[in-house]
Ligand binder design. Structure first.
Ligand code: V47
Length: 350
């Protein structure tokens, strides 16, 4: 059996100059877990509002109130209309993530889910709310996390996205997202979800003020929870995009650092079945390259439904892909795109 990689060894991987070595190591693990498969799904995102009480310095999407230019907050009617507009034949997932609206209480979020459930066929999975949103819903309503998650499940939520993790280190968090759920709370919410039978994802926002050591510590904390629960499906390294936010002065890290971070994530997170490469943030070309550095999932068709990354300067200003586009990305890497549902079951066409 392979020895599990430790912190010092993981950090040393960053010093390898020959990228082929990192690619080879990551591909070995990737192939064992996923063969030559590149998973994708037919999905769209719903971002009910961008008015947020939190003040994350990396965020280009947040507005402080409804009256600010560029702010939106959907009524339930608008949620319904939006779902009907974005749903396409074969859509299997809606990904819901937005903001913590200072004037909306938990009943708004419950009703958003109830509205989505009524608008879309029962076969569509609702993957909803980051741990940060759930934390605030619970605190503001004076409820335990377990209670809120059970209420969401009752209304149709069956998976959690991985947002809000950023970088777990408290000193970095204090500088980039001082006023939201800390690492322990983020991990507790995912652990509770896993115990209730929900699958969840995990993310890491990298390429800003964090060190490589902060990244490795973040990965090791996720690996530890995964050892305990086995409830994570995918890990998604999110590259900091620098336009239109208070951290713009930092610029962005180069593609080599991105590829190294993907490969090292694949190597360290030996108990995560999937590493997802999110093309609306990376752009199609870099996303394709990450397939050679351990990624096995390229998210989905999106149908021009997310603004978080376009507002932060992604080159994908209107993110949309067909199954044919996604298949081409995989085929050009000598891999095979396979359509999946939210739980990584292959979709078999009748
Ligand atoms: O937590 C915000 C990130 C996340 C910026 O679970 C930024 O399948 C880069 O979690 N540059 C939300 N990143 C999105 C998210 C996600 C995305 C795709 C798939 C899944 C999944 C989850 O977006 C936030 C934050 O880390 N983010 N602003 C920015 N300027």
């Amino acid at each position: 059996m392979r020895e599990r990689i430790g912190k010092e060894e993981a950090l040393e991987l960053y010093n390898i100059q020959d990228l082929n070595i990192l690619s080879e190591k990551a591909l070995q693990i990737r192939e064992k877990l996923n063969g030559r498969t590149v998973w994708y799904n037919k999905n769209f995102h719903l971002e009910p509002s961008n008015v947020c009480m939190h003040n994350c310095k990396f965020c280009s999407y947040r507005r402080t109130s409804n009256s600010q230019p560029g702010a939106w907050t959907m009524s339930l009617e608008e949620v319904n209309e939006y779902c009907l507009e974005k749903f396409q034949e074969g859509t299997t997932e809606v990904h819901v993530v937005g903001s913590v609206h200072p004037q909306k209480d938990i009943s708004y979020y419950y009703r958003v889910i109830e509205t989505i459930r009524k608008s879309l066929p029962p076969s569509v999975t609702i993957k909803a709310f980051s741990a940060v949103e759930i934390d605030d819903m619970a605190k503001n309503a004076g409820l335990e996390i377990k209670v809120v998650l059970k209420e969401l499940i009752k209304r149709g939520v069956s998976a959690l996205p991985g947002g809000g993790a950023e970088i777990f280190d408290p000193q970095i968090r204090a500088q980039i997202c001082p006023d939201k759920a800390n690492a322990q709370r983020w991990l507790e919410i995912h652990e509770t979800a896993h115990k209730l039978g929900m699958n969840t994802n995990a993310t890491m926002l990298f390429g800003h003020i964090e060190s490589r050591e902060n990244r490795i510590d973040h990965l090791l904390m996720l690996r530890e929870l995964q050892d305990k629960t086995g409830g994570f499906d995918a890990f998604i390294p999110l590259l900091f995009k620098a336009a239109n936010n208070p951290m713009s002065y930092l610029g962005e890290v180069d593609s080599i650092e991105v590829l190294k971070t993907f490969a090292i994530s694949r190597i360290v997170l030996d108990n995560f079945p999937h590493i997802k490469s999110y093309w609306p943030m990376l752009g199609k070309e870099l996303c394709q390259l990450t397939l050679l550095y351990g990624a096995d999932d390229i998210d989905g068709t999106i149908n021009n439904s997310t603004k978080i990354y376009s507002m932060a300067g992604s080159k994908e200003q209107k993110p949309i892909m067909t199954s044919a586009n996604l298949k081409k990305i995989a085929a050009e890497c000598n891999m095979i795109a396979v359509e999946r549902d939210s739980f990584y079951n292959q979709i078999i066409k009748k």
